[in-house]
Design a protein around this ligand. Structure first.
Ligand SMILES: NC(=O)C1=CN([C@@H]2O[C@H](COP(=O)(O)OP(=O)(O)OC[C@H]3O[C@@H](n4cnc5c(N)ncnc54)[C@H](OP(=O)(O)O)[C@@H]3O)[C@@H](O)[C@H]2O)C=CC1
Ligand SMILES: O=C1CO[C@H](CO)[C@@H](O)[C@@H]1O
Length: 320
C-alpha cells in the first residue's frame, strides 16, 4: 500500500509534498534503493545535496521509476543544494549544472543555498577545505550576491523554485530586502527538542515554509555520543502517544512536525521505516498531545555547525 502525502502551496504557486525523504548518508546502492523504496511507498519529495555525494544515485532511482511508469517526472519534487564551496556568484551556474548532470534530469524542482556560509574552493574541489591547522577555510562572499546568481537559474527554466537552508531570521530579512525572487522555504533543523516555534512564525509571516531537517533528532548520532541531545523517539511520553494510535514514536514525531506547519524530511534506508514514516495521514494528534510534544523543546541542536562558529555568517548565534 502506498500513501501519497498532501502538498502545501509555496509562495510562487508551486506545490511541495508535506513530507519528503532525507538522503544524507544514503550512499551508493543504499542511495538508489532507499529512493526506489520511497517512491514505491508513495514519496514524491526527495531531498539530496551536492554535499551528500549521492545525487547520481538519487537520479538513477528517480529515472528508473519514471521508466517503469510508477511515476511521471511532474509528480516528483526533487530538491538539491548549492554547496558552500560554490558561493562565488560566478560559480553558481556551473555548480548547479553539475548537480543537474549528476541527477540526469532536465530540471530541479527546488534549489537551496545549503548554508549562508561560503568555503574556499580548492584545487581538489574538497567539500570541507581545511587549512594546515585543520580549520575550514572560509570565504566571505555575501549570500545576497550568491542568491542573485541563483535567481538567474530560474530564467533558464532548469529550476522551478529557490530556497535557503540554515538561515536565521535576520539573514532572511536582509535577503528579502535585496532580492527579486523570494525563497519558498528555509530548511533548518526542527524536531521536538528544537521545535523552532519562533522561526516557524517568522517564516510564515514572510510566506516561507519551514522544512524540518533531522526531524527525528538523529537517534543514530545519540547512540554513538551521549552528550548529544536525546531524540524524543526514545522517550516514554512519545512512546505513550504512539500506543494511542498503534503507531511508532517516529510517526508521532513526524505527525507533530506536520501539524505545527512544517515539512519534515526523515532519512531512512530501511524499507520498513521508509514505509512507516509516510503512513501517518490517517490520524491527528489532539491539542493535548501536541502540547506534550511541545514540552520536549530545549533549544539544543543536534547539527550545531561547530566548525563554523567563527564564520562571518554563522547563523546560530541569535535566538532564531
Ligand atoms: N540542510 C541541511 O543542512 C541538512 C539537511 N538534512 C536533510 O534532512 C534529512 C533528515 O535528517 P537526518 O540528519 O538524516 O536525521 P533524521 O532525524 O532523519 O534521522 C535519521 C536516522 O533515523 C533513523 N530512522 C528513520 N526512521 C525512523 C523511525 N521511524 N524510527 C526510528 N528510527 C528511524 C534512520 O535509520 P535507518 O536509515 O536505519 O532507518 C537514521 O539513522 C537528511 O537526510 C538530509 O536530507 C540533514 C541535516 C542538515
Ligand atoms: O546537510 C547536511 C547534513 O549534515 C551535515 C552535518 O552532519 C551538515 O553539515 C550538512 O549541512
Amino acid at each position: 500500500m502506498s500513501t501519497i502525502a498532501p502538498t502545501i502551496k509555496l509562495n510562487n504557486g508551486q506545490n511541495m509534498p508535506v513530507l519528503g525523504l532525507g538522503t544524507y548518508l544514503s550512499k551508493e546502492d543504499d542511495g538508489i534503493q532507499s529512493v526506489k523504496d520511497a517512491i514505491n511507498a508513495g514519496y514524491r519529495h526527495i531531498d539530496t545535496a551536492y554535499f551528500y555525494e549521492n545525487e547520481k544515485q538519487v537520479g538513477i532511482a528517480v529515472r528508473d521509476k519514471i521508466k517503469e511508469g510508477v511515476v511521471k517526472r511532474e509528480d516528483m519534487f526533487i530538491v538539491t543544494k548549492l554547496w558552500n564551496t560554490y558561493h562565488n556568484p560566478d560559480l553558481v551556474a556551473q555548480a548547479f549544472q553539475k548537480s543537474l548532470d549528476n541527477l540526469g534530469l532536465d530540471y530541479i524542482d527546488l534549489y537551496l543555498m545549503h548554508t549562508p556560509m561560503g568555503y574556499k574552493l580548492n584545487a581538489e574541489d574538497s567539500l570541507m577545505p581545511l587549512d594546515s591547522d585543520g580549520n575550514i577555510e572560509f570565504t566571505d562572499y555575501d549570500y545576497v550576491d550568491t542568491w542573485k546568481s541563483m535567481e538567474k537559474l530560474v530564467e533558464t527554466g532548469k529550476v522551478k523554485s529557490l530556497g535557503i537552508s540554515n538561515f536565521n531570521s535576520e539573514q532572511i530579512t536582509r535577503l528579502l530586502q535585496s532580492v527579486t525572487i523570494k525563497p519558498v522555504t528555509n530548511q533548518v533543523e526542527c524536531n521536538p527538542g528544537l521545535n523552532q516555534k519562533k522561526l516557524i512564525e517568522f517564516c510564515k509571516q514572510n510566506e516561507i515554509v519551514l522544512t524540518s531537517y533531522s526531524p527525528l533528532g538523529r537517534p543514530h548520532y545519540y547512540e554513538q555520543d551521549k552528550t548529544l541531545p536525546k531524540s524524543a523517539l526514545l522517550d516514554d511520553r512519545c512512546k505513550n502517544i504512539a500506543k494511542n494510535y498503534n503507531k511508532s514514536p517516529g510517526q508521532i514525531i513526524l505527525k507533530y512536525l506536520i501539524q505545527i506547519g512544517t515539512v519534515p524530511i526523515p532519512k531512512s534506508s530501511n524499507k520498513g521505516r521508509i514505509e512507516q514514516n509516510i503512513n501517518l495521514f490517517d490520524f491527528e494528534l489532539t491539542e493535548d498531545e501536541v502540547k506534550t510534544m511541545d514540552s520536549f523543546n530545549t533549544g539544543e541542536r543536534t547539527v550545531p555547525f561547530k566548525l563554523c562558529l567563527k564564520h562571518k555568517y554563522f547563523p546560530f548565534n541569535i535566538e532564531f
